[in-house]
Design a protein around this ligand. Structure first.
Ligand code: GDP
Length: 432
C-alpha cells in the first residue's frame, strides 16, 4: 500500500488529524514524553482507496530537543513515505524550526502537502494563504478537530499518492524482499555487513529492481535479495528520547515493504519485551519469519541452557519459525540463513488445492468432531484457501466454532503441511 506520513511540530494537531483521517471519534490520548506508543502505522482508507498512514510524531521532545525531533521525523518520513503531510498551526505560522524542515522536504522530491491546521473557520484562511511563502505550494486550511477542509485535502492526496507504493515495491519475480529487524545492538548492521561482504550489487545494474535508496541488493547463496530499509540499520541516528518510537516506526515501515522478516535476537541478553513486541509486529503484518540467534560466539553452557528455556517458554507461539544460530562477528552459520529464508518464503507462498483441503477437514472432523453446544453441533460445510502470503483459509460453517476447535484445526494444518516460517490464518463464515 502507498504510505502517507504526517510530520510537524508538537501541538500542531497531528494526532487530531490522524484520528480525523481514520474516522475515529475518540479523544486524542496525550503521550507521556519519551514513552513508546505501540501503533505508528495505521491502515486507512479514503474513497475506496487504501493506504498506510504513518504518524511520525509520537513523542514530545523537551524544549531543547524540538529542532532535532522534527528534523528526525522529517528524515524518517522522507525515507519511508510516498507522500508527506506537513502540518503547521495556522495561528502560529511557520517557525524557524519549520523552515529547516521545509528545506529538507523540498529537497526530497516527494509530494508534500502543506496543511494549515486549526483553521476552524474561513476567517483563518488569509493566514493560511501567507504560508505560500514556504515554497511548498498551496497551503490547505483545515480543522482536524471539526473536519473542515479535510475531505478536500484527502481528495488531493489521493491524486498525488501513487496507486502502488514506490517505497513498497511488490514486483513479481524480482528479488525477494527481506527485512532485518531487532532491538538496537543485537547485531543487525553487523549481520548486514558480513552478509553483503564485497558482493554488494550496485542497485542500478539490475534491471527491474527497486531504486529506493534505503533498500539494498545483496547476493547471498547465488541469488540476489533485496534487503529493505537498510539505511535505517546503517544510519546511526542518535536520539535521546523517542528512539524506541522511531525504531518501531522503522520496523512497521520495513515490514510493509518486506516479504520475510529476520528477527535478530542477542543471545547474551534475556529475551525482552521489546523482542516480543517486534515479533508481534511481524505476526500482525502476516509476513514470513526467520529467527536469527546472534552472538553465538559469546554463549557459554549455562547461558545456553537458560536461553533454550526462555525460547521454549516465551517463544512457543512461533515455534514454527526456522531458527539459525549465528555469529555475525565470526561468520558462523551465516550460510544457513538463505535456506531458512527460502523455506519460510515457500511456506508463505503455499497453496493447498480445495479438494485436498476439504479432504483434510473431513478427516479432522471424523477424528475429533466439534463438541455439541446447546443441543446443536456446529458443522463445517466447506473450506477453501482464500489467499497465500500468508496462507489464509476460510471455513464455511453452520455456527461459530469454539476457539479451542479452531486452534485444533490450525494445529493439525501445521502438523500436516508444516508451514515452517509462515503465520497461517483460519477465518470463519457462518452460513444460515
Ligand atoms: P545493530 O544495532 O542491531 O545494528 O547492532 P550492531 O551490528 O551495531 O552490533 C552491536 C554490537 O554487537 C557491536 O559492537 C558489534 O560488534 C557486536 N556484535 C554484533 N554481532 C556480534 C556477534 O555475532 N558476536 C559478537 N561477539 N559481537 C557481535
Amino acid at each position: 500500500l502507498p504510505v502517507l506520513a504526517i510530520v510537524g511540530r508538537p501541538n500542531v494537531g497531528k494526532s487530531a488529524l490522524v484520528n480525523r483521517i481514520l474516522g475515529r471519534r475518540e479523544a486524542v490520548v496525550e503521550d507521556v514524553p519519551g514513552v513508546t506508543r505501540d501503533r505508528v502505522a495505521y491502515k486507512a482508507e479514503w474513497m475506496g482507496r487504501r493506504f498506510t498512514l504513518v504518524d511520525t510524531g509520537g513523542w514530545e521532545p523537551d524544549a531543547r530537543g524540538i529542532n532535532a525531533s522534527v528534523a528526525a521525523q522529517a528524515e524518517v518520513a522522507v525515507d519511508l513515505a510516498d507522500a508527506v503531510l506537513f502540518v503547521v498551526d495556522v495561528n502560529v505560522g511557520a517557525t524557524a524550526t519549520d523552515e529547516h524542515v521545509v528545506r529538507m522536504l523540498r529537497a526530497s522530491r516527494k509530494p508534500v502537502m502543506l496543511v494549515a491546521n486549526k483553521a476552524d473557520d474561513a476567517i483563518r484562511d488569509p493566514e493560511a494563504a501567507v504560508l505560500w511563502s514556504l515554497g511548498l505550494g498551496e497551503p490547505w486550511p483545515v480543522s482536524a478537530l471539526h473536519g473542515r477542509g479535510v475531505a478536500d485535502l484527502l481528495d488531493h492526496v489521493m491524486s498525488v499518492l501513487p496507486e502502488v507504493s514506490t517505497v513498497a515495491k511488490q514486483e513479481i519475480g524480482g528479488p525477494r524482499r527481506v527485512a532485518i529487524l531487532g532491538r538496537p545492538n543485537v547485531g543487525k548492521s553487523s549481520l548486514l555487513n558480513k552478509s553483503a561482504g564485497e558482493e554488494r550489487v550496485v542497485v542500478n545494474e539490475l534491471a527491474g529492481t527497486t531504486r529506493d535508496p534505503v533498500d539494498e541488493q545483496i547476493e547471498l547463496g547465488g541469488k540476489v535479495w533485496t534487503f529493505v530499509d537498510t539505511a535505517g540499520i546503517r544510519k546511526r541516528v542518535h536520539l535521546q528520547q523517542g528512539a524506541d518510537f522511531y525504531a518501531s516506526l522503522r520496523t512497521s515501515a520495513a515490514l510493509e515493504k518486506a516479504e520475510v522478516a529476520v528477527v535478530v535476537i542477542d543471545v547474551t541478553e534475556p529475551i525482552s519485551v521489546q523482542d516480543l513486541r517486534i515479533i508481534d509486529l511481524v505476526l500482525e503484518s502476516g509476513r514470513a519469519l526467520v529467527m536469527a540467534y546472534n552472538k553465538w560466539d559469546l554463549l557459554d553452557d549455562d547461558r545456553r541452557r537458560y536461553l533454550e528455556r526462555e525460547i521454549e517458554q516465551d517463544l512457543a507461539h512461533i515455534a514454527w519459525a526456522p531458527r539459525v544460530n549465528i555469529s555475525a562477528r565470526t561468520g558462523r552459520h551465516l550460510e544457513k540463513l538463505v535456506p531458512a529464508l527460502e523455506l519460510a518464503l515457500a511456506s508463505w507462498d503455499t497453496r493447498i488445492p480445495t479438494g485436498k483441503f476439504n479432504a483434510l477437514i473431513a478427516e479432522l472432523v471424523g477424528e475429533h468432531p466439534h463438541p455439541v453446544r446447546g443441543g446443536r453441533q456446529p458443522r463445517i460445510l466447506f473450506g477453501t484457501q482464500a489467499s497465500t502470503r500468508p496462507p489464509t483459509f476460510v471455513l464455511f460453517t453452520t455456527a461459530f466454532l469454539d476457539p479451542g476447535y479452531r486452534r485444533f484445526i490450525t494445529r493439525r494444518l501445521r502438523e500436516v503441511y508444516g508451514f515452517e516460517g509462515t503465520p497461517i490464518v483460519v477465518n470463519m463464515r457462518v452460513r444460515e
